[in-house]
Design a protein around this ligand. Structure first.
Ligand SMILES: [Fe+2]
Ligand SMILES: [Fe+2]
Length: 307
C-alpha cells in the first residue's frame, strides 16, 4: 500500500503571492505535473493541512480542479490557515468527516491494509495546535475499535518540539494525546505545518513531518528559528507498507529551485525583496535552461553556514 502525503500548499484564491513572495499556485501546478509522471499509482493521497493560505473559497476550488484529474482517492484535513466550512462544502468527498465529532473534520479510512486516521487539530483564529477533549474521546474510541491494526495517524500540528523555537508552541492537551497513543500506538504519526521533513520519536511513537509543496522552512536552530522560509526544493512523503514493514520516503518535486531567502513568515515581503526573488529565480532558470528536471537535494543544506 502506498500513501502519498502532500502538505502545506498555501494556495491563494485571488492570484496573489503567499507571504509576499511565493507563487503557490505555480507550486501546485508543478506538484501536479510531477505526480502525473509517477509510474505507480498510489492507493491514496493525503493532504495534511494549510491547503489554502487564508481559507479563501476559491483556493479550495483551484485545489479541487488541479488534483481531481489524478483520479486517486484523496483525503484532507485542515491546517491553521484553512477554514473548515469551505473545506466541508467544496472538498466534501475529500473530507468524509465523522458527524460524532463535528465541527472537527476527523474520520477514518478503513478499506486498505493500513488504516488511515485523520485528526483535526485546528482551532479557528489560532496558529497553534489543539486537541480538545471531544476530539481526544473520538480518537481514543476510534483506535480502540480495531486494536493492533496498522495505522497511519495524520494531523497538521506535530506534538513534539522541533527545535525551531517560533514553531514550537505547545500542542494543547498533548498529555491526553500521549495517553491515548500509548494504549494503541500508530505505526507512524504523520504531520504537516513545519514545511520541512523531520523524523522524531515522541512518547514512544514514531513521528514525521512533511516537507511543503510550497516554501520550505529555513533550518535555523537559533533563538529566532522557525520564522523564515526559503524557496528550496518542494517535496512530499511516500508511506510504503509491505509485508508488515512501513517505510516513509522523503520525495522531492522536480522544479527549478532558486533557494532564495530567507524570507520572514511574520513580515510581508514587498518591493525590493520580491524583485530580488524574481531575479534569483530567473538566474536559476537560465542556468537550468536545458534541463527539465533540475532539482537540488536540500535537506540540511543550511544547518551550518559556510564561512
Ligand atoms: Fe503551512
Ligand atoms: Fe500550519
Amino acid at each position: 500500500m502506498i500513501v502519498l502525503q502532500l502538505s502545506d500548499f498555501h494556495v491563494r484564491g485571488d492570484g496573489s503571492v503567499s507571504f509576499g513572495v511565493v507563487d503557490t499556485r505555480r507550486c501546485l501546478e508543478e506538484a501536479v505535473a510531477h505526480l502525473k509522471k509517477l509510474e505507480a499509482a498510489p492507493d491514496a493521497l493525503v493532504l495534511t493541512g494549510d491547503l489554502a493560505d487564508d481559507g479563501d473559497e476559491n483556493a479550495y476550488r483551484i485545489l479541487r480542479e488541479s488534483l481531481s484529474p489524478l483520479a486517486w482517492p484523496i483525503y484532507a484535513i485542515p491546517g491553521n490557515h484553512d477554514r473548515r466550512d469551505p473545506m466541508r462544502d467544496i472538498l466534501a468527498e475529500w473530507c468524509p468527516a465523522d458527524r460524532d465529532v463535528a465541527p472537527h473534520l476527523c474520520y477514518t479510512v478503513e478499506d486498505g491494509p493500513v488504516r488511515l486516521v485523520m485528526v483535526d487539530t485546528t482551532n479557528p483564529g489560532s496558529h497553534d495546535g489543539h486537541c480538545p477533549p471531544a476530539v481526544m474521546r473520538w480518537l481514543d474510541k476510534t483506535l480502540a475499535k480495531r486494536p493492533r491494526t496498522p495505522t497511519l495517524l495524520f494531523m497538521h500540528h506535530p506534538p513534539f518540539a522541533t527545535g525551531l523555537p517560533v514553531m514550537d508552541l505547545p500542542l494543547e492537551n498533548a498529555d491526553a494525546l500521549a495517553a491515548i497513543l500509548r494504549k494503541n500506538p500508530p505505526a507512524r504519526l504523520c504531520c504537516g505545518h513545519i514545511h520541512r521533513p523531520i523524523l522524531s520519536q515522541w512518547m514512544g511513537v514514531s513521528v514525521v513531518t512533511a516537507p511543503a509543496v510550497s516554501m520550505q522552512m529555513e533550518l535555523d536552530l537559533g533563538e529566532k528559528g522557525g520564522d523564515a522560509f526559503r524557496l528550496e526544493t518542494p517535496g512530499y512523503l511516500l508511506h510504503h507498507w509491505k509485508r508488515g514493514v512501513l517505510n516513509t520516503h522523503v520525495c522531492q518535486i522536480a522544479t527549478r529551485t532558486s533557494f532564495a531567502g530567507p524570507y520572514s513568515f511574520s513580515r510581508q515581503e514587498t518591493g525590493d525583496r520580491r524583485r530580488e526573488t524574481d531575479e534569483n529565480r530567473s538566474v536559476v532558470q537560465r542556468s537550468f535552461s536545458g534541463g527539465e528536471a533540475a532539482a537540488y537535494f536540500s535537506v540540511s543544506c543550511f544547518l551550518f553556514p559556510v564561512s
